[in-house]
Unconditional design. Structure first.
Lengths: 209, 85
Protein backbone atom coordinates (compact mmCIF):
# COMPACT_ATOMS: atom_id res chain seq x y z
CA UNK A 1 0.00 0.00 0.00
CA UNK A 2 1.16 3.56 -0.56
CA UNK A 3 0.04 7.07 -1.46
CA UNK A 4 -2.12 7.97 1.45
CA UNK A 5 -3.88 4.68 2.14
CA UNK A 6 -2.08 3.54 5.24
CA UNK A 7 -3.60 0.10 5.02
CA UNK A 8 -6.25 -1.92 3.27
CA UNK A 9 -9.12 -1.13 5.67
CA UNK A 10 -8.45 2.60 5.05
CA UNK A 11 -8.71 2.09 1.31
CA UNK A 12 -11.86 -0.02 1.53
CA UNK A 13 -13.40 2.51 3.93
CA UNK A 14 -12.64 5.36 1.51
CA UNK A 15 -14.14 3.47 -1.43
CA UNK A 16 -17.27 2.63 0.54
CA UNK A 17 -17.94 6.22 1.50
CA UNK A 18 -17.53 7.26 -2.15
CA UNK A 19 -14.08 8.89 -2.03
CA UNK A 20 -13.41 9.58 -5.72
CA UNK A 21 -9.72 10.09 -5.02
CA UNK A 22 -9.50 6.54 -3.72
CA UNK A 23 -11.26 5.13 -6.77
CA UNK A 24 -9.08 7.22 -9.11
CA UNK A 25 -6.02 5.92 -7.28
CA UNK A 26 -7.16 2.35 -7.92
CA UNK A 27 -7.73 3.09 -11.60
CA UNK A 28 -4.30 4.66 -12.01
CA UNK A 29 -2.59 1.88 -10.16
CA UNK A 30 -4.27 -1.20 -11.61
CA UNK A 31 -5.79 -0.37 -14.98
CA UNK A 32 -2.58 -0.97 -16.96
CA UNK A 33 -1.56 -4.22 -15.28
CA UNK A 34 -5.16 -5.49 -15.51
CA UNK A 35 -5.06 -4.74 -19.22
CA UNK A 36 -1.81 -6.71 -19.61
CA UNK A 37 -3.28 -9.68 -17.79
CA UNK A 38 -6.57 -9.49 -19.69
CA UNK A 39 -4.59 -9.89 -22.88
CA UNK A 40 -3.59 -13.32 -21.62
CA UNK A 41 -7.18 -14.37 -22.01
CA UNK A 42 -8.72 -12.54 -24.91
CA UNK A 43 -7.34 -11.86 -28.32
CA UNK A 44 -8.68 -8.51 -29.45
CA UNK A 45 -7.98 -5.08 -28.02
CA UNK A 46 -11.68 -4.28 -28.04
CA UNK A 47 -12.45 -7.29 -25.89
CA UNK A 48 -9.59 -6.41 -23.51
CA UNK A 49 -11.07 -2.93 -23.04
CA UNK A 50 -14.52 -4.41 -22.38
CA UNK A 51 -13.26 -6.96 -19.88
CA UNK A 52 -11.29 -4.34 -17.94
CA UNK A 53 -14.24 -1.93 -17.91
CA UNK A 54 -16.60 -4.66 -16.76
CA UNK A 55 -14.12 -5.38 -13.98
CA UNK A 56 -14.18 -1.76 -12.79
CA UNK A 57 -17.98 -1.69 -12.87
CA UNK A 58 -18.03 -4.88 -10.78
CA UNK A 59 -15.59 -3.26 -8.32
CA UNK A 60 -17.97 -0.28 -7.96
CA UNK A 61 -20.95 -2.56 -7.45
CA UNK A 62 -19.18 -5.02 -5.19
CA UNK A 63 -17.11 -2.91 -2.82
CA UNK A 64 -19.86 -2.83 -0.16
CA UNK A 65 -20.01 -6.61 -0.12
CA UNK A 66 -16.21 -7.17 -0.28
CA UNK A 67 -15.39 -9.20 2.82
CA UNK A 68 -11.64 -8.44 2.92
CA UNK A 69 -10.64 -12.06 3.15
CA UNK A 70 -8.11 -11.32 0.42
CA UNK A 71 -6.24 -8.13 -0.47
CA UNK A 72 -8.08 -5.54 -2.59
CA UNK A 73 -5.58 -6.28 -5.35
CA UNK A 74 -6.31 -10.03 -5.35
CA UNK A 75 -10.05 -9.33 -5.21
CA UNK A 76 -9.90 -7.05 -8.27
CA UNK A 77 -7.75 -9.54 -10.18
CA UNK A 78 -10.17 -12.36 -9.35
CA UNK A 79 -13.02 -10.34 -10.80
CA UNK A 80 -10.97 -9.74 -13.94
CA UNK A 81 -10.10 -13.43 -14.27
CA UNK A 82 -13.73 -14.46 -13.95
CA UNK A 83 -14.87 -11.91 -16.52
CA UNK A 84 -12.02 -12.78 -18.86
CA UNK A 85 -12.47 -16.54 -18.55
CA UNK A 86 -16.13 -16.22 -19.45
CA UNK A 87 -15.09 -14.28 -22.54
CA UNK A 88 -12.19 -16.59 -23.23
CA UNK A 89 -14.58 -19.41 -24.04
CA UNK A 90 -15.94 -17.37 -26.93
CA UNK A 91 -12.68 -15.79 -27.90
CA UNK A 92 -10.30 -18.66 -27.63
CA UNK A 93 -6.85 -18.81 -29.11
CA UNK A 94 -5.64 -22.22 -30.12
CA UNK A 95 -2.34 -23.15 -28.53
CA UNK A 96 -0.75 -26.57 -28.81
CA UNK A 97 -0.53 -27.55 -25.17
CA UNK A 98 1.58 -30.61 -26.00
CA UNK A 99 4.47 -28.33 -26.93
CA UNK A 100 4.69 -27.40 -23.25
CA UNK A 101 5.82 -30.94 -22.47
CA UNK A 102 9.01 -30.29 -24.42
CA UNK A 103 12.26 -30.41 -22.44
CA UNK A 104 13.99 -27.11 -21.68
CA UNK A 105 16.54 -27.90 -24.41
CA UNK A 106 16.35 -30.52 -27.18
CA UNK A 107 18.37 -33.64 -26.29
CA UNK A 108 20.76 -32.90 -29.16
CA UNK A 109 22.22 -30.04 -27.13
CA UNK A 110 23.75 -32.64 -24.76
CA UNK A 111 26.26 -35.46 -25.07
CA UNK A 112 24.63 -38.90 -25.15
CA UNK A 113 24.20 -41.00 -22.01
CA UNK A 114 26.85 -43.39 -23.39
CA UNK A 115 29.50 -40.68 -23.59
CA UNK A 116 32.54 -42.13 -21.80
CA UNK A 117 33.59 -38.83 -20.28
CA UNK A 118 30.74 -36.36 -19.89
CA UNK A 119 27.38 -38.11 -20.33
CA UNK A 120 24.48 -35.67 -20.26
CA UNK A 121 26.76 -32.62 -20.30
CA UNK A 122 26.59 -29.85 -22.85
CA UNK A 123 27.41 -30.66 -26.45
CA UNK A 124 26.19 -27.21 -27.58
CA UNK A 125 26.18 -24.93 -24.53
CA UNK A 126 24.31 -21.63 -24.61
CA UNK A 127 26.32 -18.72 -26.00
CA UNK A 128 26.60 -15.91 -23.43
CA UNK A 129 24.50 -12.87 -24.20
CA UNK A 130 26.67 -10.47 -22.24
CA UNK A 131 28.99 -10.19 -25.24
CA UNK A 132 26.15 -8.77 -27.34
CA UNK A 133 25.90 -5.00 -27.73
CA UNK A 134 23.61 -3.87 -24.93
CA UNK A 135 21.59 -1.79 -27.41
CA UNK A 136 20.61 -5.05 -29.09
CA UNK A 137 19.54 -6.72 -25.87
CA UNK A 138 17.56 -3.66 -24.82
CA UNK A 139 16.07 -2.97 -28.25
CA UNK A 140 12.36 -2.67 -28.98
CA UNK A 141 12.70 -5.66 -31.29
CA UNK A 142 14.03 -7.84 -28.48
CA UNK A 143 11.20 -6.81 -26.17
CA UNK A 144 8.70 -7.43 -28.97
CA UNK A 145 10.06 -10.99 -29.26
CA UNK A 146 9.61 -11.49 -25.53
CA UNK A 147 6.06 -10.18 -25.72
CA UNK A 148 5.22 -12.37 -28.71
CA UNK A 149 6.75 -15.46 -27.07
CA UNK A 150 4.61 -14.88 -23.97
CA UNK A 151 1.51 -14.33 -26.13
CA UNK A 152 2.15 -17.71 -27.77
CA UNK A 153 2.15 -19.64 -24.49
CA UNK A 154 -0.83 -21.73 -23.36
CA UNK A 155 -3.09 -19.82 -21.01
CA UNK A 156 -1.94 -21.06 -17.58
CA UNK A 157 1.67 -20.39 -18.57
CA UNK A 158 0.80 -16.91 -19.82
CA UNK A 159 -0.99 -16.12 -16.58
CA UNK A 160 1.85 -17.23 -14.36
CA UNK A 161 4.72 -15.61 -16.29
CA UNK A 162 2.72 -12.40 -16.72
CA UNK A 163 2.09 -12.07 -13.00
CA UNK A 164 5.47 -13.28 -11.79
CA UNK A 165 7.91 -11.84 -14.32
CA UNK A 166 6.11 -8.89 -15.92
CA UNK A 167 4.18 -7.64 -12.90
CA UNK A 168 6.69 -8.85 -10.33
CA UNK A 169 4.20 -10.59 -8.03
CA UNK A 170 5.50 -12.96 -5.38
CA UNK A 171 4.97 -16.70 -5.60
CA UNK A 172 2.52 -16.48 -2.67
CA UNK A 173 0.42 -13.78 -4.35
CA UNK A 174 0.22 -15.75 -7.59
CA UNK A 175 -0.60 -18.96 -5.72
CA UNK A 176 -3.46 -17.23 -3.91
CA UNK A 177 -4.93 -15.76 -7.10
CA UNK A 178 -4.60 -18.81 -9.32
CA UNK A 179 -5.05 -21.55 -6.69
CA UNK A 180 -1.75 -23.14 -7.65
CA UNK A 181 0.52 -24.97 -5.23
CA UNK A 182 4.07 -23.58 -5.13
CA UNK A 183 5.38 -26.74 -6.80
CA UNK A 184 2.87 -26.59 -9.66
CA UNK A 185 3.49 -22.90 -10.08
CA UNK A 186 7.23 -23.54 -10.46
CA UNK A 187 6.64 -26.22 -13.10
CA UNK A 188 4.43 -23.88 -15.13
CA UNK A 189 6.78 -20.93 -14.66
CA UNK A 190 9.78 -23.02 -15.69
CA UNK A 191 8.12 -24.15 -18.92
CA UNK A 192 7.05 -20.59 -19.71
CA UNK A 193 10.52 -19.13 -19.09
CA UNK A 194 12.10 -21.97 -21.06
CA UNK A 195 10.03 -21.04 -24.13
CA UNK A 196 10.79 -17.34 -23.82
CA UNK A 197 14.51 -17.97 -23.27
CA UNK A 198 14.63 -20.31 -26.29
CA UNK A 199 12.93 -17.66 -28.44
CA UNK A 200 15.49 -15.09 -27.28
CA UNK A 201 18.35 -17.48 -27.93
CA UNK A 202 17.22 -18.05 -31.49
CA UNK A 203 16.72 -14.35 -32.04
CA UNK A 204 19.93 -13.15 -30.36
CA UNK A 205 22.43 -15.84 -31.29
CA UNK A 206 20.76 -17.72 -34.11
CA UNK A 207 20.73 -21.13 -32.42
CA UNK A 208 17.83 -23.17 -33.75
CA UNK A 209 15.52 -24.54 -31.09
CA UNK B 1 38.50 -32.98 -5.40
CA UNK B 2 34.85 -32.75 -4.61
CA UNK B 3 33.23 -35.87 -3.22
CA UNK B 4 29.79 -34.84 -4.39
CA UNK B 5 28.35 -36.72 -7.38
CA UNK B 6 28.29 -34.57 -10.50
CA UNK B 7 24.93 -33.45 -11.80
CA UNK B 8 24.62 -33.80 -15.58
CA UNK B 9 23.68 -30.55 -17.33
CA UNK B 10 20.67 -32.24 -18.97
CA UNK B 11 19.18 -32.66 -15.49
CA UNK B 12 20.14 -29.25 -14.14
CA UNK B 13 18.43 -27.40 -16.99
CA UNK B 14 15.09 -28.80 -15.78
CA UNK B 15 15.78 -27.58 -12.24
CA UNK B 16 16.99 -24.06 -12.86
CA UNK B 17 13.71 -22.45 -11.78
CA UNK B 18 13.52 -24.56 -8.60
CA UNK B 19 17.16 -23.66 -7.91
CA UNK B 20 16.62 -19.93 -8.39
CA UNK B 21 13.41 -20.02 -6.30
CA UNK B 22 15.33 -21.72 -3.52
CA UNK B 23 13.12 -24.80 -3.75
CA UNK B 24 15.73 -27.56 -3.83
CA UNK B 25 16.66 -29.47 -0.66
CA UNK B 26 20.02 -28.40 0.85
CA UNK B 27 21.88 -31.61 -0.04
CA UNK B 28 20.76 -31.34 -3.66
CA UNK B 29 21.66 -27.67 -3.65
CA UNK B 30 25.21 -28.57 -2.69
CA UNK B 31 25.41 -30.95 -5.66
CA UNK B 32 24.12 -28.25 -8.01
CA UNK B 33 26.58 -25.72 -6.66
CA UNK B 34 29.48 -28.13 -7.07
CA UNK B 35 28.36 -28.64 -10.67
CA UNK B 36 28.12 -24.91 -11.33
CA UNK B 37 31.72 -24.48 -10.13
CA UNK B 38 32.95 -26.59 -13.01
CA UNK B 39 30.32 -25.88 -15.67
CA UNK B 40 30.46 -22.64 -17.59
CA UNK B 41 27.51 -23.67 -19.81
CA UNK B 42 25.17 -24.01 -16.83
CA UNK B 43 26.40 -20.73 -15.36
CA UNK B 44 25.60 -19.09 -18.69
CA UNK B 45 22.17 -20.69 -18.57
CA UNK B 46 21.51 -19.14 -15.14
CA UNK B 47 22.56 -15.73 -16.52
CA UNK B 48 20.17 -16.18 -19.45
CA UNK B 49 17.35 -17.28 -17.16
CA UNK B 50 17.79 -14.12 -15.07
CA UNK B 51 18.08 -12.02 -18.21
CA UNK B 52 14.83 -13.53 -19.56
CA UNK B 53 13.09 -12.61 -16.30
CA UNK B 54 14.53 -9.10 -16.42
CA UNK B 55 13.45 -8.53 -20.04
CA UNK B 56 9.92 -9.78 -19.28
CA UNK B 57 9.84 -7.26 -16.41
CA UNK B 58 10.69 -4.46 -18.85
CA UNK B 59 7.32 -5.07 -20.51
CA UNK B 60 5.66 -3.55 -17.45
CA UNK B 61 7.29 -0.24 -18.44
CA UNK B 62 7.01 -0.49 -22.20
CA UNK B 63 3.83 -2.48 -22.81
CA UNK B 64 1.43 0.13 -21.51
CA UNK B 65 -1.86 1.35 -22.79
CA UNK B 66 -3.21 4.27 -20.81
CA UNK B 67 -6.80 4.22 -19.74
CA UNK B 68 -8.37 6.68 -22.13
CA UNK B 69 -9.48 9.85 -20.37
CA UNK B 70 -13.11 9.58 -21.51
CA UNK B 71 -13.44 6.07 -20.06
CA UNK B 72 -11.73 7.18 -16.86
CA UNK B 73 -14.19 10.07 -16.48
CA UNK B 74 -17.13 7.77 -17.18
CA UNK B 75 -15.98 5.26 -14.56
CA UNK B 76 -15.48 8.00 -11.96
CA UNK B 77 -18.99 9.30 -12.76
CA UNK B 78 -20.44 5.80 -12.34
CA UNK B 79 -18.59 5.49 -9.03
CA UNK B 80 -20.01 8.85 -7.87
CA UNK B 81 -23.55 7.94 -8.89
CA UNK B 82 -23.34 4.63 -7.06
CA UNK B 83 -22.87 6.57 -3.83
CA UNK B 84 -25.80 8.93 -4.30
CA UNK B 85 -28.82 8.09 -2.23
Amino acid sequence: MDAGYADEPDLVEALRRGDEGAFGWLLDRYDQPLRRLARSFVATTGTVDEVVQETWLAVIEGIDRFEQRSSVKTWIYRILMNKARTRGVRDKRVVPFSSMMDPTFPPTRFLPAEDPEWPGHWAVPPTPWDELPSARLESKETLARVQAAIADLPQPHREVITLRDIEGWTSDEVGALLDLTPANQRVVLHRARAKVRATLETYLTGVAI
Amino acid sequence: MSELPDQPCIEFVEQVTDYLEDAVPPDHRAIIEAHLEICEGCRTLIDQWNETIRLAGRLADTDTTDLDPATRTRLITTFRQSHQP
